[in-house]
Design a protein around this ligand. Structure first.
Ligand SMILES: [Zn+2]
Length: 269
């Protein structure tokens, strides 16, 4: 077997060499092909515009995302400014709160003034109409007493008389000089009836304060009453620009004769 003839030997060697070469060539070809592909892939990856654009756009996405992440910060900033606004609002809110406090102080001062006058509230539910912001420039003095029987100076009976007639003054001063408020100044009390002040204006109730002094037809006002009514007039003059201090008989002459026996020289007009 080993001893093949030389021709056959040569043929086998040639076939082997041919196969080897073919394998080498084919293998080399595929190797080269694969190498070339790798280079192309590499080139496309490193320098291909498409990829770079993709990378850029993806970078943009990242930037946009990070911008999105910043938005809450902006919102936070807005919130902060909102908080600042709220703080400012609070400050603004606090200021009005301080103003009423000052108003309270003024009210307290006025109350203190009234307390010096010792005005006692005995507000009634009749004899007036509610009003807001009416202009007060006139004070009308009256006198009245109890005609229902018994003590002519009985305070409760005099008030009952007013109730029966549906009338009321703003203030009433008893014989001892105590001042009672029956109707708040701002409201229109029914005390004057048909009336006219010297400047021609009628319906005096609308712009006046009515003060009753308890007194009958024979007696004179007490010293305490003069003191009280003068204090009250002074107080009202501080509150309003008073043009007239008149008696009921002055604004309804012929119809009314009160305040009876008043000494106008003792009244601080
Ligand atoms: Zn009167």
């Amino acid at each position: 077997m080993y001893k093949l003839n030389k021709v056959k030997k040569k043929k086998i060697i040639l076939i082997l060499i041919t196969i080897s070469l073919a394998v080498l060539i084919v293998g080399g070809f595929f190797y080269f092909k694969s190498k070339q592909k790798n280079v192309l892939i590499y080139e496309k990856n490193s320098t291909g515009e498409d990829l770079n654009q993709k990378i850029e756009s993806s970078n943009n996405d990242v930037v946009e995302e990070s911008k999105n992440n910043e938005l809450p910060e902006t919102t936070v900033t807005k919130d902060n400014s909102a908080i600042t606004d709220k703080t400012e609002e609070k400050v603004v809110e606090n200021n009005p709160k301080e103003v009423p406090a000052e108003n309270l102080k003024i009210e307290e001062q006025e109350k203190a003034k009234e307390n010096n006058l010792n005005i006692k509230d005995r507000l009634v539910s009749w004899g007036f109409s509610s009003s807001k912001g009416r202009k007060i420039d006139t004070i009308i003095l009256h006198s009245s007493y109890n005609v229902l029987g018994g003590d002519e100076y009985n305070f409760d009976k005099i008030i009952q008389e007013y109730k029966d007639y549906g009338v009321a003054p703003h203030y009433i001063i008893d014989r001892k000089g105590n001042i009672f408020r029956l109707v708040n100044d701002k409201n229109i009390a029914y005390h004057a009836g048909e009336s006219q002040v010297p400047d021609g204006r009628t319906g005096v109730n609308d712009f006046s304060i009515g003060i009753e002094l308890i007194n009958n037809l024979e007696d004179k006002f007490t010293a305490n009453q003069y003191e009280a009514v003068n204090d009250l007039i002074s107080y009202l003059k501080d509150e309003y620009k008073i043009k007239y201090v008149l008696g009921h008989s002055d604004i309804a002459p012929g119809r009314k004769t009160d305040p009876w026996n008043i000494n106008w020289e003792k009244i601080k007009k």
